[in-house]
Design a protein around this ligand. Structure first.
Ligand SMILES: [Cu+2]
Length: 226
């Protein structure tokens, strides 16, 4: 599996695109802000599957939340969704929707785990309790690749095909705004942002990323059951 991971790293470093995003804040009288972020590549095209997170700095109080759960499906021998973002403390399940076995694993420092060969509902969920990037794979199907970004904030969103996210109900205070994409080439520097009552602000950030490419998936072989 190490060979597979190295191959994936080399693949991710091969081609480069850039990403810029522009954000606008509008703060309402209740002192809760709504953040809109547009994420584009260097060609100006919307970039999907980019994660935007707004993390409170020391001294800014963010309301606590109840424990959450979400799921990542394995369907048509792919992880769906390709990118998932969760807050620390979230339990994730990996239901297998295919008529064959999958074997989910990760070696990422933020969460190392393994769910051995199973069909249907998995034997257990996985608690993501540490912020960071978790790369997931399947021990049976080498092309299956997915990402989980674990963030230590309730303020996050992932871009869709339009490259846009809207994050609502952000309290007043001081924050760091970050964007991450699974194929970015270098770490990004978070942008400081102070939210005050009735304030509006605009920020521009940039990051390097590589263009995601479709991974080869062999035709379904019913005899080999893969
Ligand atoms: Cu699989």
């Amino acid at each position: 599996m190490n060979g597979i991971i190295n191959e994936r790293r080399q693949f991710l470093l091969r081609t480069c695109i850039g990403v810029t995003f522009i954000a606008c804040f509008a703060v309402f009288p209740a002192m809760a802000a709504s953040l809109t972020v547009n994420v584009n590549d260097l060609a100006g095209l919307p970039l999907r599957d980019a994660v935007v997170s707004v993390v409170a700095k020391a001294g800014t109080h963010v309301p606590a939340h109840a424990p959450r759960t979400t799921e990542i499906e394995q369907k048509d021998r792919e992880f769906i969704p390709y990118v998932t973002v969760v807050q620390t403390g979230t339990q994730v399940t990996f239901p297998n929707r295919d008529a064959l076995l999958h074997h989910v694993y990760s070696f990422s420092p933020a969460k190392s785990f393994e769910i051995k060969l199973y069909s249907g509902e998995p034997p257990r969920g996985v608690l993501f309790d540490k912020a960071g990037i978790v790369t997931i794979g399947c021990n049976i199907h080498d092309w299956m690749l997915g990402y989980i970004q674990v963030v230590d904030t309730p303020y996050f969103a992932k871009t869709g095909a339009d490259g846009r996210v809207v994050i609502n109900d952000i309290v007043a205070g001081e924050f760091a705004v970050a964007v991450w994409h699974p194929t970015q080439r270098a770490p990004t520097i978070a942008k400081n942002l102070k939210i005050e009552s009735r304030e509006t602000a605009a920020i521009v950030l940039a990051l390097d990323a590589v263009a995601p490419k479709k991974r080869f998936k062999p035709p379904l072989d019913s005899v080999r059951y893969k």
